[in-house]
Design a protein around this ligand. Structure first.
Ligand SMILES: Cc1cc2nc3c(=O)[nH]c(=O)nc-3n(C[C@H](O)[C@H](O)[C@H](O)COP(=O)(O)OP(=O)(O)OC[C@H]3O[C@@H](n4cnc5c(N)ncnc54)[C@H](O)[C@@H]3O)c2cc1C
Length: 308
């Protein structure tokens, strides 16, 4: 292949594509824009192919591509401690339903995995799943690329276009926005070391541990392209879920609230499209950190097998 590629966007899609292309000997540059906030900035960073299959059973690539191994190759930030899925006693039917729709888990007493989760009696443990801090990882990928001589700038593209603009590519693609609201909490008295998902019939949610006693609490899934700040309803529901996971969250400091727009096609499956002399890597929906590496490697095979 050996071309010069201009990647539009420095969210997880653009950075994974740049990393993979550079590793395969291609010349790349990244065109970024400070004016367009990346959904990637607000992500939980869960690498949870088995849990995610519950909502996307038809999405075979979740299982076929080892995204965790890809991230371990290119980032030092991957923590592979598994995922713990819990439900309040009144919602144990949800746990049974989740268990039937997923694989690679075992039934555990939650306190055997997370010592502070003493008030739940049952949980599912997905020991092979992982998580990362998206903000640290995006900085790490950028730094690695810059160290290898990749230009990241706001100027005009000079090469063949690979468009990774997420929801901002709505001008070219049939994408819809799925609004995700999240919070960052700080509660240094709690020491969870893996994502904890709370099942609930109406608003399932999760907590992802971050450094320095912080937790990402997410996330709503609203069919909306509103970038307005988080609503009181969403905040109350998410905080109530955090309190259900552990009452000590009542004393947590709210460090940040945020809103990101997930880019999604009608079938919620990410794709590579080629049109108007440009590649489009998009539609990551709720799986950007799981799927961007897969599409980046697919793109390389596609380019290698074509005359583009
Ligand atoms: C609250 C929340 C939680 C989530 N949790 C998870 C999770 O745990 N695991 C997971 O896998 N996924 C998660 N996701 C989904 C994930 O964040 C998205 O799938 C992913 O971020 C999409 O990445 P992207 O690079 O395609 O788009 P974006 O991250 O939106 O990046 C688009 C980029 O394009 C740039 N851009 C836009 N216009 C231009 C232009 N004209 N020129 C140059 N650059 C431009 C923007 O500045 C940005 O850098 C979550 C999402 C949200 C909102």
């Amino acid at each position: 292949m050996m071309s010069h590629w201009s990647i539009l966007g420095s969210g997880v899609s653009g950075l994974c594509v740049a990393t993979a292309l550079h590793a395969h000997g291609e010349t790349v540059e990244i065109i970024c824009s400070a004016a367009h906030t990346a959904a990637s900035h607000f992500a939980g960073g869960m690498l949870a192919p088995f849990c995610e299959a519950e909502a996307a059973p038809h999405f075979q690539a979740l299982h076929d591509f080892d995204a965790i191994a890809w991230w371990q190759r290119y980032s030092t930030q991957v923590i592979q401690n598994g995922t713990l899925v819990v439900a309040a006693a009144r919602d144990h039917a949800e746990l049974a339903r989740f268990s039937k729709r997923t694989t690679q888990h075992q039934c555990v007493a939650p306190a055997n995995i997370e010592a502070e989760l003493t008030h739940f009696s049952q949980a599912l443990f997905f020991k092979d799943e992982a998580h990362l801090d998206p903000r640290l990882v995006l900085v790490e990928l950028k730094s690695n690329l810059i160290a290898k001589g990749v230009a990241i700038h706001t100027g005009q593209p000079r090469g063949k276009i690979i468009d990774c603009r997420g929801i901002y590519a709505q001008d070219q693609l049939s994408l819809r926005a799925v609004r995700g609201e999240m919070l960052i909490l700080r509660q240094p008295e709690l020491h969870f070391s893996r994502p904890i998902r709370l099942l609930h019939p109406r608003f399932p949610c999760y907590l992802v541990p971050r450094a320095q006693g912080q937790f990402m609490l997410g996330a709503t899934m609203l069919e909306s392209d509103s970038r307005q700040p988080m609503t009181a309803r969403s905040m109350m529901e998410l905080l109530s879920a955090a309190y259900t996971i552990h009452p000590a969250f009542a004393e947590a400091a709210i460090i940040e609230t945020g809103v990101g727009l997930r880019p999604a096609y009608s079938d919620n499956i990410p794709k590579i499209l080629y049109q108007n002399n440009a590649f489009y890597i998009n539609g990551m929906h709720r799986h950007g950190f799981l799927c961007a590496p897969w599409l980046a490697e697919q793109l390389i095979q596609h380019i290698a097998g074509s005359a583009v």
